[in-house]
Design a protein around this ligand. Structure first.
Ligand code: GLY
Ligand code: MN
Ligand code: MN
Length: 435
């Protein structure tokens, strides 16, 4: 609870006095018939409240006697028989630190009063899950406009709170790094178990099952995103999630996966030969990606730009494509012409945290974001030599390699939080199929 309270305090100090913010929880969503999708709280709502139930609203009012007000589903003995108890109005105060709490049914009636003294209102318009609250906010704005004509304090400004929250979310606290490390360690256990078990003849979904079994056994209630288990040519499909194919002798297997613990998700990719031995063509490609990744990771430190991590990895990849005789000319000219794009078509990094592609901006006013201690980013270069890609020699066709680690920016440089998960050719050949 102190962690969530500290986040709210930090946000409220930036919002300033005379303002109020309204945040809305995720909603339950029907899957089919009487079955809903498993519920997961909206990341921003969780970040600010720690509250894991749907149909809730949080109001923040800096400088007010009751700065944190929640609207939640009240206790319901009938519902509790089926799905267990809710925190209820009492729990919102006692367990989640609300200064006041009301049944969600009273939102319409009470919201206007709570916001009436604010001159700046923060609300993230446009989010699909907020559509049921937007009309209440719109009505409040209209009423304030009318009231201002009668001499009441006007609502001067309506702003989006997400840039403020996202700027907080992009720099992780110790508790957040600890949760990420737990998720990464669970992911490592899964990847090592999957490497040991892999052999030709298994199916992609069987390896996926091994990964996800380890995650659950490590205390991860769900994955952060759908597992990519891509054998052979499927490794060239960036977000392949069908995972139905048989793994053949001679295939590479690309696993891009992440357990989630306490809402923080890992995002790690390993690519290895299903039979435990890289072919010379596979090793050539793998080694280029490995060195590109090492160059990207080495670049991570406070003060350098997000984009320069990409540039460091990209130069190595392009030199590799020239060495493989897929590209011709200089590294620089190939980068200027985007000639590498058919083989490397995604960014090298993204922020990592509550969302796998986490909150935080990458560029503002034409300038790439500078890294500061506490940021966590992936470093994930790849080469994808699909059979229909241009100028790929026969021996390299169908090879897709991505290597992805999760890197914390520290005051002195970086810590690769997933470094313990095997990724060198030697380590992979020693482990694959040995289980
Ligand atoms: N797993 C999605 C990504 O690597 O961005
Ligand atoms: Mn990623
Ligand atoms: Mn990934």
């Amino acid at each position: 609870m102190p962690e969530f309270a500290a986040r709210r305090r930090r946000l409220m100090s930036q919002m300033g006095r005379g303002s109020a913010a309204v945040f809305v929880s995720a909603q339950e969503s029907n899957r089919n018939g009487d079955v809903d999708y498993p519920f997961r709280q909206d990341s921003t709502f969780y970040y600010l409240t720690g509250f894991e139930e749907p149909n809730a609203v949080a109001v923040l009012r800096p400088g007010h006697d009751e700065p944190f007000v929640m609207f939640v589903r009240p206790h319901d003995p009938e519902q509790a028989i089926w799905v267990g108890p809710r925190a209820g109005v009492e729990g919102a105060c006692e367990r989640f630190g609300a200064d006041a709490a009301f049944p969600i049914e009273e939102l319409d009636e009470k919201l206007g009063g709570l916001l009436s003294s604010a001159t700046t209102l923060y609300f993230p318009f446009g989010e699909v899950e907020h559509s049921h609250v937007e009309p209440l906010i719109a009505r409040h704005i209209a009423r304030r406009r009318a009231a201002a004509q009668r001499g009441m304090a006007p609502l001067e400004d309506v702003r989006d709170p997400l840039p403020l929250v996202d700027a907080l979310r992009v720099v992780k606290s110790r508790a957040e790094v600890a949760a990420l490390q737990a998720a990464i360690d669970a992911t490592g256990a899964g990847l090592v178990a999957a490497m040991r078990a892999t052999r030709p003849g298994l199916h992609e979904y069987e390896v996926q099952a091994i990964l996800e079994t380890e995650y659950r056994l490590a205390g991860s209630p769900r994955d952060g995103f759908p597992t990519i288990a891509a054998a052979g040519e499927h490794s060239c499909t960036l977000h392949y999630t069908a995972n139905r194919a048989r793994i053949e002798d001679g295939d590479l297997l690309l696993l891009d996966t992440g357990a989630e613990i306490d809402y923080y998700g890992a995002d790690v990719t390993r690519t290895f030969p299903a039979n435990g031995k890289f072919t010379s063509a596979q090793r050539d490609v793998y080694q280029i990606v490995w060195e590109a990744q090492a160059a990207g990771i080495a670049r991570v430190r406070p003060g350098v730009t997000f984009h320069s991590v990409h540039n460091a990895a990209l130069k190595v990849l392009v030199q590799g494509l020239i060495d493989l005789r897929i590209l011709r000319g200089s590294v620089q000219s190939n980068i200027e012409r985007d000639a590498y794009r058919p083989y490397f078509m995604h960014g090298t990094s993204h922020w990592l945290g509550l969302d796998v592609h986490d909150a935080g901006i990458y560029r503002a006013n034409g300038k790439s974001t500078q890294l500061v201690p506490g940021m966590v980013l992936t470093v994930e270069p790849g080469l994808y030599l699909a059979t229909d890609a241009p100028r790929v020699p026969k021996r390299l066709r169908g090879i897709g390699v991505r290597i992805e680690d999760d890197v914390l920016v520290t005051p002195s440089g970086r810590r690769n939080l997933s470094a313990r998960i095997p990724s060198t050719v030697e380590d992979l050949e020693a482990i694959v199929g040995q289980g």
